[in-house]
Write a protein that binds this ligand. Structure first.
Ligand SMILES: *[C@@H]1O[C@H](CO)[C@@H](O)[C@H](O)[C@H]1NC(C)=O
Length: 276
């Protein structure tokens, strides 16, 4: 855990809440646009909310978007890989999530519940899964072990939120990336079965292995292949038919260095060459 990071977060939080007695709004109330400074959400245009993003180092509040465009509504029928899908990292590390295992000491990445993330347009979730308390839990932990102070909740709770969304939205498609520390026998298979998610499973045999096009959205919806699951554990593709992430997924370098359009470096595990 980096103490420097903690300090930066604390500072951003503090400055974001300084009194603003001398503050003048740069736009008419209710008309402020994306990135305009604001003091509360009523000043922002529809679909925007006022907040400081501590993770971005924002000291002052600005109007932020809270809903992503649902790409399915723009144009259906293209190959799955032709769309961009909003993904949350550590989707389960939600600020304010009550602890069932005593005080928690870890980082938080999200403010929305998973159901709110879904309703706001998130279509892919990065979930860290661990064997814990004779079950599989979502934990933001280290060393491959979940502790009471790094635990969030049993994974099935979150998967059931996703199941409910898939059941209620028959043309939506969800992806789950598992950072996988589960070693209990057939643990993930049992978990996804218990959550009622097996019926939406996109089979590994239909995934392109050469970087080629995926099935189209129309095909995926008509076959009910609406849940893509990837694991970080290479052994589970042959043992449990869960796709090994780095055989199918290309990721640019996380953090700022992966967002420079000229260099566009991949993270080390990515199989494919970086595409400009
Ligand atoms: C992958 O899963 C298998 C089967 O549960 C387990 O034996 C192995 O230790 C896991 N590997 C890693 C790197 O976690």
């Amino acid at each position: 855990m980096s103490s420097a990071f903690v300090v930066i977060l604390a500072a951003a939080f503090f400055f974001g809440h300084l009194p603003r007695s001398s503050y003048t709004l740069p736009c008419s109330p209710g008309q402020c646009q994306l990135s305009d400074a604001c003091t509360n959400s009523r000043e922002c245009s529809r679909g925007l909310f006022c907040s400081a993003c501590a993770a971005d180092g924002d000291a002052a509040s600005a109007c932020h978007r809270y809903q992503a465009t649902d790409v399915i509504s723009i144009k259906g029928g293209l190959a799955f890989n032709k769309y961009s899908w909003l993904t949350t990292h550590n989707s389960f590390a939600i600020l304010g999530e009550p602890s069932q295992t005593g005080p928690r000491t870890t980082f938080y990445n999200q403010e929305d519940t998973v159901t709110d993330q879904l309703n706001n347009g998130v279509r892919a979730f990065m979930l860290d899964m661990y064997d814990f308390l004779h079950d599989i839990w979502l934990c933001h932990s280290f060393g491959g072990v979940c502790y009471g102070f790094t635990a969030f909740e049993p994974a099935i709770n979150t998967l059931k939120e996703i199941e409910l969304f898939l059941a209620s939205n028959p043309s939506e498609i969800i992806t789950i990336f598992i950072e996988d520390y589960v070693t209990s026998a057939n643990g993930l298979t049992k978990l996804f079965t218990a959550a009622g998610l097996k019926k939406y499973w996109f089979p590994v045999s239909s995934m392109p292995k050469d970087g080629g096009d995926w099935l189209t959205l129309t095909e995926m919806v008509s076959r009910n292949y609406r849940l893509l699951v990837f694991t970080s554990n290479i052994t589970k593709e042959s043992s449990e038919a869960i796709a090994y992430n780095w055989r199918y997924v290309n990721e640019n370098q996380y953090g700022d260095s992966g967002m420079q359009s000229q260099t566009c470096t991949n993270r080390a595990e990515s199989v494919f060459k970086c595409q400009e």
